[in-house]
Ligand binder design. Structure first.
Ligand code: CDP
Length: 232
């Protein structure tokens, strides 16, 4: 069976991963969070003390990739990412990782390493994957591409609430600044920048609930791809 791929790209904190997880559950697809792997590489570099004044030696970073083993642990029916056997799902969401991840994700050799893992991990499966370049670079032939955006102030409020729920409490200003910086960096880097694929459908969810988003995508899946769903 050919696999069906839903690629969700877009700006930071637009709710891509929550949306992707709900889609995966409703449609029985596998969910893959590509950003988590960039965050994991960043955490590993922080743990190895590779950053010096905000920059990093690329040879040391390259070497560090060889010592990374990525695996997943299923917890409450969600998969959580592990770095060399240690569950780091919460740790990689913290602000120190967020502050360094865009630099790490700007290196072509890191992107090749991550993309190889992403493509191999989902062979033959129905997948919903979120990130910055899934529809443009990782799976340019994805059947459905969605590009998510939302007002940056609303995104920062959502991210603060999400971080508070997992026990970390950065200020609104700190989170807002990080979001704007990452948007800029991700959209302007040389290798595989965040860019809307020509055939992507834009979803601005500034004033949408999760239920409205689900209705929106389910009607696309029904009307465009003849998918059928059990009623929720
Ligand atoms: O959760 P949020 O949308 O803020 O970010 P994420 O999906 O966890 O990704 C973290 C960072 O990884 C992004 O700011 C990008 O710099 C990078 N990333 C990327 O370059 N390409 C991807 N496919 C996914 C993430």
């Amino acid at each position: 069976m050919t696999s069906f791929i839903i690629a969700i790209d877009g700006f930071s904190s637009t709710g891509k991963s929550s949306f992707a997880q709900m889609i995966a559950k409703r449609m029985n697809f596998v969910y893959v969070d590509s950003g988590a792997i960039y965050r994991l590489v960043t955490l590993n570099a922080l743990q190895q003390d590779l950053f010096k004044d905000g920059s990093i030696d690329q040879n040391l970073l390259k070497d560090s990739l060889e010592s990374i083993d990525v695996s997943y642990e299923i917890k409450n029916s969600k998969s959580e990412i592990c770095l060399n056997g240690v569950n780091v799902e919460k740790r990689i969401r913290m602000i120190d990782v967020a502050d360094h991840v865009s630099l790490i994700a700007s290196f072509g050799f890191v992107r090749d390493w991550v993309n190889d893992k992403l493509r191999k991990s989902v062979l033959g499966m129905n997948v919903v994957m979120d990130g910055r370049d899934i529809g443009t670079t990782v799976f340019p032939n994805a059947q459905l591409k969605i590009f998510m955006t939302a007002d940056p102030q609303i995104r920062a409020q959502r991210r603060v609430a999400q971080l508070a729920a997992s026990g970390s409490n950065p200020s609104f200003d700190e989170v807002y600044k990080n979001i704007l910086e990452r948007d800029y960096f991700d959209s302007h880097r040389e290798v595989s920048p965040l860019k809307q694929a020509a055939d992507a459908i834009v979803l601005d969810n500034s004033h949408m609930t999760m239920e409205q988003q689900m209705d929106w995508i389910m009607s696309i899946m029904r009307e465009k791809f003849n998918f059928t769903f059990d009623e929720a």
